[in-house]
Design a protein around this ligand. Structure first.
Ligand SMILES: [Zn+2]
Ligand SMILES: [Zn+2]
Length: 368
């Protein structure tokens, strides 16, 4: 099978659309014809060299599409099934079995190494290997090789081309609220940074019944959208002398929970200091593999927790169908974050995500 894919040949350069060839599937793999694929912040970090990767490589890890072929041992998926692709996990190690596949012991090998576990590449062009298996999929292309572990079957009456971001960015924000922070109805939650991850946290906080949802960002349009999606209060740090004083004005005692979707030391520190006691802050923003920050112990000692979360600590097979159900009920309107764009405009779409002009570009294929 051959198909076009957007190939990264050198860190920091644009992607080139090239025809690649897919070899024989391994027994547990599926070949998916991609309907749409989101652009996630981690793709941008990888493109600019922030994640060590073998080149050439195909990025993309928010794919959704139709199963086109299945490996010999695949029993849970069939040709024609609609699937959302998520991160890969072994589903056999102690961490996976305990229900935390985002912390799988094989996470790096399955998602970042550019090959299958046996070292083979899923794609080639002429005599050259093209690395794939990025988050177990490499879905910046017309087709992607995934496996039964990370291809999640979804109903076929929902708009398949925009479902891909449920497999990473949207799952990260929503999963952090539903699986890690778990606010009770009536509690308060603050979100720092209103990209796709932060805005999903806002929507999830509303769905969870939080009475006070404070959204913090420098972009007035994002603040307006956050209000429409459920934020009860918004703060623009450039218009406020002291963000935490403003939060105390709103809450009296501070927030029960905060989410950092930026990853800058100053923001994480603020998100910890905005808590009441006790309170929990989850940091999600990735700013590169090494990112030291300073926290005042005096602000932690008073019963506060600072934790990091990957992929919303979610099992994609559980959370993705749940998010689709919430969307059906009008409680997770993620489609408002998405902007469709033809696949061949992938470099423009990436620029629009980098500049913040578009919250979640989704590249779509003409699958008619
Ligand atoms: Zn595992
Ligand atoms: Zn991602």
């Amino acid at each position: 099978m051959r198909g076009n894919a957007a190939v990264l040949r050198e860190s920091g350069t644009e992607l080139t659309i090239e025809e690649v060839e897919f070899g024989e599937l391994a027994s547990d793999e599926v070949l998916v014809r991609i309907a749409g694929v989101g652009v996630c912040h981690t793709d941008l970090t990888a493109q600019s060299g922030g994640v060590p990767l073998p080149l050439p490589v195909v990025l993309g890890h928010e794919g959704a599409g139709v199963v086109h072929a299945v490996g010999s041992a695949v029993e849970t998926l069939s040709v024609g099934d609609h699937v959302v692709l998520s991160f890969d996990s072994c589903r056999e190690c102690a961490t996976c079995k305990a229900g935390h596949p985002a912390y799988c012991e094989l996470f790096a090998a399955l998602n970042y190494f550019g090959t299958r576990l046996d070292g083979t590449a899923t794609m080639s062009r002429g005599d050259e290997d093209v690395h794939g298996s990025w988050f177990g999929q490499s879905s910046f292309g017309a087709y992607a090789v995934a496996s039964v572990r990370n291809a999640v079957k979804v109903d076929d009456d929902v708009p398949l081309d925009i479902l891909g971001p449920l497999g990473c960015g949207l799952m990260t924000g929503a999963g952090t609220v539903f699986n890690v922070l778990r606010p009770a109805p009536g509690q308060s939650l603050g979100v720092f940074g209103l990209g796709a991850v932060g805005l999903s946290a806002v929507m999830a906080a509303k769905a969870a019944g939080c009475a006070t949802i404070v959204a913090v960002d420098l972009n007035p349009e994002r603040l307006k959208l956050a209000t429409e999606l459920g934020a009860t209060h918004v703060i623009d740090p450039s218009q406020t002398k002291d963000v935490n004083w403003a939060i105390t004005e709103i809450t009296g005692t501070g927030l029960d929970f905060t989410v950092d979707a930026v990853g800058l030391g100053s923001v994480v520190r603020q998100a910890v200091e905005a808590l009441r006691s006790p309170g929990v802050c989850a940091t999600l923003g990735l700013q590169g593999l090494e990112n030291e920050m300073t926290i005042d112990q005096g602000h932690l000692l008073i019963g506060r927790t600072l934790t990091g979360v990957i992929e919303g600590d979610a099992d994609p097979h559980e959370l993705i169908p749940k998010l689709i159900e919430l969307w059906r009920e009008g409680d997770f309107p993620f489609d408002r974050l998405v902007e469709r764009r033809p696949f061949d405009e992938i470099n423009e779409a990436i620029s629009s995500a980098r500049s913040g002009q578009v919250i979640k570009p989704v590249l779509v294929f003409d699958t008619a």
